[in-house]
Write a protein of this length. Structure first.
Length: 201
């Protein structure tokens, strides 16, 4: 059974490897410390029994990188193990293809439950999403706009990239600002980076 553990903190990876060997038998742990190192595993190991992935490593753009990794290694299940604890971040990771999400602040039993669940072929929903909270629905267009706000792009840049008129972009941005409950683009950029888990480690 092959598990890829991707995190840029060596001590954390090594501690997790020791723990996983204690909890699971017959496993082989592979390491990656950046987005590029994850992708570089593909020629040698096009599929894993499990990929444990941190959102904030060199080369990673938080939620935006999850979809590409899930697509690259499909059907390998991906468990996000991250410090980011925003429920919307969790939801976006799951809708982007991740099979489960656990926070680094979770109790060890919760993390192991998530790992065993994915290894059994099922999906793991974090406790934070099982609570009766109402999260805004995120379309692909909203996600693209959120990424643009996180990047600090102008309306003209967004319009060119997404093939929209600047008038349409202004309308979309107004809706995003209301959704994020902020008053201006600077606040929106900060909130967008938090939700997308960009630079939040």
């Amino acid at each position: 059974m092959h598990i890829l553990f991707a995190d840029d903190h060596l001590l954390f990876r090594e501690s997790m490897e020791i723990w996983l060997h204690q909890e699971l038998s017959g496993i082989h742990i592979h390491h990656a410390a950046s987005f590029d190192e994850v992708i570089a595993q593909f020629p040698r190991h096009p599929s894993f029994n499990l990929i444990v992935l941190d959102l904030n490593m060199p080369g990673m753009h938080g939620v935006l990188s999850v979809a590409s990794i899930c697509k690259q290694f499909h059907p390998s299940p991906v468990l996000i193990l991250s410090a980011a604890c925003n429920p919307l971040t969790m939801q976006l990771c799951l809708t982007s293809g991740a099979a489960g999400y656990a926070t680094k602040s979770s109790d060890g039993t919760v993390t192991m439950e998530a790992i065993r669940t994915l290894l059994s072929g099922e999906q793991y929903t974090p406790p934070e999403l099982k609570q009766s909270i109402e999260l805004p629905q995120m379309s692909v267009k909203k996600l693209e706009l959120l990424a643009a706000l996180a990047n600090g792009d102008s309306n003209q840049q967004i319009a060119t990239r997404l093939y929209l008129s600047e008038g349409s972009v202004k309308q979309y941005i107004s809706k995003i600002l209301r959704m994020l409950e902020v008053d201006n683009r600077t606040q929106a950029s900060i909130k967008a980076r938090e939700i997308l888990a960009i630079g939040t480690n």
